[in-house]
Design a protein around this ligand. Structure first.
Ligand code: AVJ
Length: 323
């Protein structure tokens, strides 16, 4: 019997996404699907690259302003406080914050949400070892499902969305997402959102096209995933990673480029897709922001900026928001 993609809901969601995305002009796939276990591991490698500054810049903010951040997030004397982190990944930066919070609030729970089960297992294991006193309630879900859970979340909460994950949304989706995050917030609840800031366009571009080719492997891994999970036959020898940055739109755009005319068969879709020579699949947007843009976005989403934290170099901002 052929491996069934219809019976696995996650795969069938991927199948539907790919069918719709490859019918668009330009062909488009969501960066959400980068994060299978291999993709999550490649992203860990990206975070350690010399060119990929956002992770280090945000870690610098947490190191420098950890105490103030913890204070801005956790209201004094709240008995059942939880820290919900959307897209927790390896949680490396968050650990700095967790340590601060543990010192001040004994009864708090850390609820990391991540789409990758592998990343989550790794995170829970390290937390058990490094912060044995911490209460951890892991959630393996995508953002949309996690947002639904926030509506009925008990107690006071701070919701973290770090690492400039928000940069993956286009303007309309971003506003919609923030409004959804804002809706379940009580007066003591807080949001902490990490925004990568606009800077030297060459530095930004280099962060998404590193010399070692790890980002290329990360982007191309999406095709490997489609080969495995949807029975596609993408030949990786005829695809390349390409990225550009526009200082006007603030968007880094990543593409998979078909280096020759080719056909790809996707068994799970019972479809053959034509690619012209140099045709692209648009796989990711990574938007970069200015502080005034962040203020305007917060206002539009009905949120109040409590505090802006930036690193000394002004590369990155972590913004505490309240309803
Ligand atoms: C995880 C979405 C923050 O856009 O910078 C890194 C993903 N893509 N290199 C980003 C990514 C290519 C990353 N985020």
């Amino acid at each position: 019997m052929p491996q069934s993609s219809i019976l696995n809901p996650a795969t069938s969601e991927l199948a539907q996404h790919v069918a719709a995305g490859l019918r668009k002009t330009p062909k488009t796939l969501s960066s959400m699907y980068f994060y299978d276990d291999a993709g999550s591991r490649l992203f860990q490698q990206i975070m350690a690259l010399p060119e990929y500054y956002p992770t280090r810049a945000e870690a610098a903010i947490f190191q420098q302003h950890g105490r103030a951040l913890a204070a801005a997030l956790s209201p004094a004397g709240s008995p059942d406080f939880s820290l919900v982190e959307l897209g927790a990944g390896d949680g490396a930066k968050t650990k700095l914050l967790l340590r601060e919070l543990l010192q001040g609030n004994a009864a708090f729970t850390y609820a990391p949400v991540d789409i990758s089960a592998g990343a989550m297992t790794g995170l829970v294991d390290t937390l058990r070892r490094e912060l044995p006193a911490l209460r951890v309630a892991p959630v393996v879900e995508d953002y949309a499902t996690a947002l639904t859970q926030l509506r009925t979340w008990p107690g006071t909460k701070a919701v973290l969305f770090l690492g400039s994950n928000i940069g993956n949304f286009g303007p309309a989706e971003r506003l919609n997402f923030l409004r959804q995050l804002a809706a379940p917030l009580g007066p003591a609840d807080r949001l902490l959102i990490g925004f990568d800031l606009q800077k030297d366009p060459r530095r930004i571009r280099a962060a998404y096209d590193d010399a070692q080719g790890v980002t290329a492997a990360f982007n191309l891994n999406l095709l490997t995933r489609l080969n495995r999970e949807l029975g596609a036959d993408f030949d990786l020898a005829h695809w390349q990673h390409y990225t550009d940055y526009s200082p006007l739109s603030g968007a880094v755009r990543s593409f998979l480029v078909s280096t020759r005319a080719q056909q790809v068969h996707i068994a799970a879709l019972e479809e053959t897709v034509d690619f012209a020579a140099w045709e692209v699949i648009h796989t990711e947007n990574s938007f970069k922001f200015t502080l005034p843009q962040i203020e305007a976005l917060a206002a539009e989403a009905g949120l109040r900026v409590v505090t802006f934290f930036t690193d000394a170099a002004g590369d990155f901002a972590d913004v505490v928001l309240a309803a």
